[in-house]
Design a binder for this molecule. Sequence first.
Ligand code: SER
Length: 892
Amino acid sequence: MSGVNEIRSTFLKFFADNGHEIVSSSPLVPRNDPTLMFTNAGMVQFKNVFTGVEKRAYQRATTSQKCVRAGGKHNDLDNVGYTARHLTFFEMLGNFSFGDYFKERAIELAWTLITKEFGLKKDKLLVTVYHNDDAAAGFWKKIAGFTDDRIIRIATSDNFWAMGDTGPCGPCSEIFIDRGEHIWGGPPGSPEEDGDRFLEFWNLVFMQFEQVTPEQRVDLPRPSIDTGMGLERMASVLQGVESVFETDMFRHLIEATSAALGQGPGKDNIASYRVIADHLRASSFLISDGVLPSNEGRGYVLRRIMRRAMRHGQLLGAREPLMHRLVWALVREMGQAYPELVRAETLIEETLRLEETRFRKTLDRGLAILDEKSVGLKKGDMFDGDTAFTLYDTYGFPLDLTQDALKSRGISVDQASFTDAMDRQRAKARASWVGSGDTASEAVWFPLREKLGATEFLGYETETAEGVVGALVKDGAAVDQLKLGESGAIVLNQTPFYGESGGQVGDIGVMLGEGVRFRVTDTQKKAGDLFIHLGTVEQGTLKAGTALQLDVDHARRSSIRAHHSATHLLHEALRQVLGDHIAQRGSLVAPDRLRFDFVHPKPITPEELARVEDIANEVVLENDEVTTRLMGVDEAREAGARALFGEKYGDEVRVVSMGKTAREHGTNALGWSVELCGGTHVKRTGDIGLISVTSESAVASGVRRIEALTGNYARKHANDAIALAKTAANELRTSVDDVPARIAALMEERKKLERDLSDARKKLAMGGGASASNGASAAGVREVGDVKLMARAVEGIEMKDLKSLADDGKKQLGSGVVAIVGVTDDGKAGVVVGVTADLTARYNAVDLVRVASEALGGKGGGGRPDMAQAGGPDGAKADAALAAIEKAMAGA
Ligand code: SER
């Protein structure tokens, strides 16, 4: 008997030994398919390789692929727990040939593996082929030696496998095992085929065609092979048990549940144990692939799975949240094959614990209502859809949970009245939008939001994906197409492009489809969570309904991530250096810079700023993982997560933590920096590279702003500064180290030269030169009556020096009046009049300076009787001003 892990590795090794490349499972959220909710088959990641669009380095591959069949087209959720073989999460083992071998070799390999490696007995096996596939039937006869009655021809789509309405497809051949007469059921094609006796465990698809549109089917470039074996089913066969839930892996998970509950399963409640084990796997793998519970799309399917398990935990009498206490057991079983599970263990535990804690708050009350309203109902009755809606809307019971709760009593839910109640509520919500005062040009988005639902954002996990165009908008109105050269907005069902929010700018990039290219120049969010991609059609015509390959400008986004994470680190570092009052007021996270505004009453000193930068860079160097959790907003606040002041948050918030936790570092229980944030971040703090704070300033009273750069931008900034220093050193003919001393010396020298120059000018001014009044002596001294008047007009002397010139003049004269008009470079004038002490009784300097000022076109002037100063706009009148003083003295 082989354990699940052994079967998986035997399968992969067998195909590796036969020239197949072992390829890792792709994520559960398909990157390359715009319509699939979850990866539901091994071939999903190879879809484009089959059609020849994508080339790989190998032509044969083998995988063990994580699959989820819940929500969307393939939905097994309702059956899980109640049948022997349905699972929401399962592993599909497969081998693939991309135009290499075809039918014969595929059948040969399959036959060798199951009979030689797995030791299945030929007489228990039988196969189906598509009704007209004589070739496949012939190979089975030749290779397995089957007689015709063991090769069943099926004409229905059961034996023609198609991925969906479009995509690669072809006839297939399924391998069945007869598990014995004691189990009810008949061979494929018989009326009893739905029974469990004949179990299909491997499907070999002979990929030959591509369904291009629902009407058009073309040949694939080369015939190929896609096979899918249900690992859990194979394990049940090899382990000789009737149900997948009795295989080793599920037994271990059910044991862990029993241990956590302190009680094991019995006949009446085994289904609950099975539901919990399956849903634990589905939820954990979805969370580790980046899906978090939400109220729409993939997140809502996850929530439904989680809550369904949680109700079964409640049924089993769990008093405390249960699911998160089982994660260790799953990691032990599957962590080696899927390391992503180990990496996400804490996140999975926390997400389950929080969801269960929150759900439990309403679970009891909801169940009581369910009991109360269904008390009189009997098998075959219908439960009221209005109540089912209340349970959904108020108590968080997804419809399938209510259905599941009533299933065992044979009661169904009135879905029509449930949908009515839902529609009524939508109409109410619509009415409130109309009243929300949005401008007319924005009104286009609300109906689109309602029609298309929220855009699924894939950009936390990936920067490339496929999406389908749900709507096109041009000049504020929905249109069917955008033609070459036209600009507009695209709404898709899902997108890796980040829509501007929380300070982080929107992504740019390119979208490609058959013969069409759209250049995205910005991404915005409208009506809450509708992502709109703005840009221009660069090739072809873009039509609604088209599938597009979506590529975010990767380098730009990486840099945005670094700047966003750096903003968080600076925020915490600021708080540590400046104090707890630091509260964020706004931020800008761009590819080439970041800006962070916060409350702080005074400028930050250079020393404080240096410490902030040091601390933030220390955390960068620690290179710890950046983790994202989903939490209730109150729980997040209690846990010390920082939030933007005054911002409205939903019930649930993403919480981004970086750096070491309280245990290791003595700060917050979740990490060193913990913030509510919907933005995109680096994987590890080391990815930031370097943080360099480039400026600190005030934006409003009490609000400071810092600006900073990260990674290459920080490095380039530093290099530019060094280059500048080198240029300066060259100019100064010295080394970079000596630049400060050299500049200080030059400044000193310059001051001295300025002083010398000023002295020289004064001397020159007082010794003649500039201009002097007519009839003056060389020094410009004349007699007015018995009084000496020194009258000079000077240029190139600073106004502040005029007074000292007048003082000098007074000393020179011993007794007399000094009048100096200084003309500035821009043609204005200043005038100073000095009167020696012995003459102040006769001449008042203030009166004389006013006379001069008037002549210069000015007014006023002031000072003391021995020294006064004034100015005027008209420097050309310097001589007239001096003449006016002389005249005033003569007349006095
Ligand atoms: N694609 C096929 C299936 O899902 C075989 O892998 O059954």
